[in-house]
Structure formats: structure tokens, C-alpha cells
Design a protein around this ligand. Sequence first.
Ligand code: NDP
Length: 295
Amino acid sequence: MTATIIDGKAIAAEIRAEIKAEVEQLKAKYGKVPGLATVLVGSNPASQTYVRMKGRACEEVGIYSVKPTLPDDATQEQVEGLVRELNEDPNIHGILVQLPLPSHLNEEAVLSAISVEKDVDGFHPVNIGRLAMKGREPLFVPCTPYGVMVLLERAGVKLEGCRAVVLGRSNIVGLPVSFLLLHANATVTICHSRTKDLPSVTREADVLVAAVGRPEMVRGDWVKPGAVVIDVGVNRVDDPSRKSGYRLVGDVAFDEVKEVASAITPVPGGVGPMTIAMLLQNTLRAFKYTLPDEG
Ligand code: NDP
């Protein structure tokens, strides 16, 4: 069997086009557009790149965006003060604080300061708490896990009653994905660095989500024939044949697993492009919560 490739790049482009059309429609009706603030503290080059990419993506779909920046030595009060100002700004509907924050700052306190209604990254304790409870709905779901669920949905994967195995239990990916799969009525097993005999667990999965950050760890014989495999991992490995000297691979040995699985996401071009698309989706949702007939 050779797996169907779940094309995250194409699905993300579809979602961005849908968002753009809806933003135009709402602008014509209400004379307003969604607004996103991406807060950057410090000068981490990767964070600067992510913030720039998010700004560009907003521009492409007609979402207004600002990128307030604070220096590396910003105090807790300064960061929380900026977040509170943005909470009060009627032109800003979504606030994202780019993580990681410099180590002297209390990340949990900063995330808690974001208004729950503007928490488009979905990391406010109230949103995470609702996600972790049966029968409760968060206002926003973290973007990468949300992207994983949309990929599964658009690939037509039936989750109810299936066995899902999630590799990784981080707050950013593994845990929220697990809760979302549980909300979708899958039977979920969460694995981590202390799990014994990982391949015997992953071989039970109808849906396998890998988010460990270990290049090509999931081999062909770890996967049940016909399983759906979602690879969240993004890892750099040396590749002297490339000008950059490296290439990106996932947590899944793609060439082996595609011969066993029924569907698989590639890296790059799978989950990666979905993250920003879902941020735009969450910002649109936050905007609609503020509109009389749309929320
Ligand atoms: P973390 O490092 O925060 O978490 C990794 C998880 O994997 C932990 O729960 C850890 O277990 C578990 N783990 C590590 N090694 C093993 C192992 N050998 N066997 C079993 N479990 C293991 O990573 P993230 O969740 O933040 O990211 C995971 C991957 O996803 C990375 O490659 C990252 O780059 C990528 N990513 C991609 C995004 C995208 O947009 N596509 C967005 C975010 C992340 P334990 O808890 O016991 O330590």
C-alpha cells in the first residue's frame, strides 16, 4: 500500500482563501476588520521570523496586525501592562505573545493576563482548562493541534471509536491534540519519554500523531497497516548536498511509513502550514465574537 499524502500546504491555502472571503464580506457589512497583535519580547531570531510571517499572513487575508516589541530586559510589569493595553484596544481582537519568553519572565502569568476572549493562541488557563474537561468548549484551541484536527477532518478520517496514539505530551502540541481527539470520541493513548516498548503501543493506532522532536523516530514497522499518520515534528538534519547544509525531516521515517499507512502528512508541507492558517481562523473567530449577529 502507498499512502495518500495529506497536503497541508494546499489545505492551508484553501483555509486562507476562505478566511479572506469572509473578512471581505464582514468588512462590507460592518465596516471593520479583525485585528491581531503579536507581542515580541526580546531579540530571539526564530521568534522575530515567526512574528514577521504571522504579520505577512494577516496582510494577505485582510486582517489588520500590529507587532508591539519589548526589549530583552523588559520587566514582568511591562509585559503584562502591554497585554492589558491590548486587552482594552477595540481594534485588536486577538493577542498572541510569542513564546518562548526570556527566562526571567513568568510565562504563565503573562498568558493569564490575556483576555480570554482575545486568546487566539489558546494557551490561557481558562481555555486549556475547558479543553481538558468533558462537555466544555474552549473559546480558542491552540493553533498547531487545531491544524492537526482540521487536516484529519478534511482528509475524511473518522475519529469516533478509533484508537488514537499521540507521541509527546507537551503543553503546546501533545496534550492539546490528545484532548481534541478525546473530544472527537477517539480512544486516546498518550506516550512520552518514559513509555515502555513504544512500537508495541504505536502499532495499535488507527490514527498516530507524532510530536516528539526526534528525527524519523517512527519506523515503518511501528505502524499498523492502513493507519493514518500525522507528523508534527520539524527537525533539522545535516545534508551536505543542500546549499543550506541541512534539510527538514519529521518525527516519522516518511519513505518507510508511506508504504504501510493509508494516509500521511509530509514534512515540510503537512502540519507546518496549518499553524498560521489556524491562527488567522482564531483571529477571525475572536472578531466575530464582538459582532452582534456573528459571534
Ligand atoms: P517538546 O520537546 O516540548 O515535547 C516533546 C515530547 O516528546 C515530550 O512529551 C517528550 O516526553 C516526548 N519525547 C521525547 N523524546 C521521546 C522519545 N524518545 N520517546 C517517546 N517520547 C519522547 O516538543 P513540542 O511538543 O514542542 O514539539 C514536538 C515537535 O513538533 C518538534 O519537532 C517541534 O519542532 C514540532 N512542532 C511543530 C509545529 C508546527 O507548526 N508544525 C509547532 C510546534 C512544534 P517527556 O514529556 O517525557 O519529556
